[in-house]
Design a protein around this ligand. Structure first.
Ligand code: MG
Length: 388
């Protein structure tokens, strides 16, 4: 088995939305096709990868460092002892001559290739990725479906409370029980009014609402909001301070009783370990949101799960950021707590298969080999154009 060519590109995933920190008007994304010499039904098997939303494309790192190492390596140096394509062996090849630390955009580039390698490995085996992961790294008995919550509730010019309520009703009608909204882009009084408007739509049940600050608050504001939010018993209070300000999070967790979630902007085992060591995260209630696609891929994510287990954390406390299909497969196979979902947003990369049905806030995986991006028509068209 040999990877014969790599085709990398950049596509926009623009959106008019804003959170407390950025707008998404210029967001783009790296996409990748790895064409193999394995032919099925007259066509070569191709592994596809892309980077999750929130971080920009990483084409320069892919073209200048990561892909040349992968493509220049002897074909058999990417295989395991049974002769199967090994994403974890390939990971070491891609990271050759990279110093430790400084986990910036490099983790995005490696994550894109790691996703394509896993897609390809599962396609060669002829099985959906969640089964491949479960067989190789899990207990062989993947979850049949995955908990998903609908993320939205962004700020937009002229958006009223009624508009916000209608958006959330749309999520409930689409099969979600838990929804998420942005806060921190207005003052506390206005944000509390927005929160109460949404809770009204949730039959008064604050435990079905998560709120996301996108890392904006300083300590004083975090504590002030914490006091304001505590009575609602929210599903979680997300990324309250800067993602690397573990001291802020630790102090908040001493005062805020309900679940805290963070980790979407941590991109390595080392950063995630520091979060567990220093940020006061509580294994009985808090959530880890590291996004495998942004953080060196599944090879690194498995190291993070091992680290969490060593610190007494269940994999069920992990609900990755991003709302993409790669994490959905990981969630089902490695028994995570669920996966984010952005209904209709961040197209064409975001979301699940075109025929995926969300019921009671759970979604089942398809039976297509690999990740199954072929079952997402608009995105597949773009991916196929990379190499045909
Ligand atoms: Mg977030």
């Amino acid at each position: 088995m040999k990877i014969v060519s790599a085709h990398e590109g950049v596509i926009p995933i623009s959106s008019s939305m804003s959170n407390a920190f950025i707008d998404f008007s210029s967001m783009d994304c790296s996409i990748l096709a790895l064409v193999s010499d394995v032919v099925v039904d007259g066509k070569p098997l191709v592994g596809y990868g892309f980077n999750s939303n929130g971080r920009y494309s990483a084409g320069d790192i892919l073209r200048r460092r990561i892909l040349p190492r992968l493509m220049d390596a002897p074909a058999d140096s990417l295989l395991d002892e049974t002769g199967e394509l090994s994403p974890s062996v390939a990971w070491d090849v891609m990271m050759r001559n990279e110093k430790p630390g400084g986990h910036g955009e490099r983790s995005v580039a490696v994550g894109v290739v790691d996703m394509a390698l896993h897609d390809l490995a599962a396609k060669i085996a002829g099985i959906p990725l969640y089964r491949w992961i479960s067989d190789h790294y899990g207990d062989g008995e993947p979850d049949e479906s995955v908990f998903v919550y609908a993320a939205g509730g962004y700020y937009a010019p002229g958006k009223t409370h009624r508009n916000l309520q209608d958006e959330m009703k749309g999520f409930l009608d689409a099969g979600y029980n838990v929804v998420k909204m942005k806060i921190g882009g207005a003052d506390l009084a206005e944000d509390l009014r927005r929160i109460e408007a949404v809770i009204e739509v949730l039959d008064g049940d604050g435990s079905r609402l998560a709120v996301d600050v996108n890392g904006r608050f300083d300590l004083d504001t975090a504590l002030e909001y914490g006091r304001g939010l505590d009575p609602y018993g929210l599903f979680w209070f997300e990324e309250v301070g800067d993602p690397l300000d573990y001291g802020l999070n630790a102090t908040l967790s001493e005062h805020y009783r309900n679940p805290i979630a963070t980790g979407e902007n941590l991109f390595s085992l080392q950063d995630a370990r520091n979060l567990i060591r220093y940020a006061g995260m509580r294994p009985d209630r808090d959530y880890i949101q590291v996004d495998p696609a942004l953080s060196y891929g599944l090879v690194e994510y498995r190291r993070i799960l091992d680290m969490l287990a060593q610190h007494g954390w269940s994999s069920r406390r992990c609900i990755p950021h991003g709302g993409h299909q790669f994490s959905l497969h990981i969630a089902a196979s490695l028994k995570l707590g669920g996966n984010e979902s952005y209904p209709g947003e961040f197209q064409p990369t975001g979301g699940f298969a075109d025929d995926a049905v969300v019921e009671n806030s759970r979604v089942a995986l398809g039976d297509k080999p690999g990740i199954g991006l072929e079952a997402k028509a608009n995105f597949y068209e773009v991916l196929r154009d990379l190499h045909t």
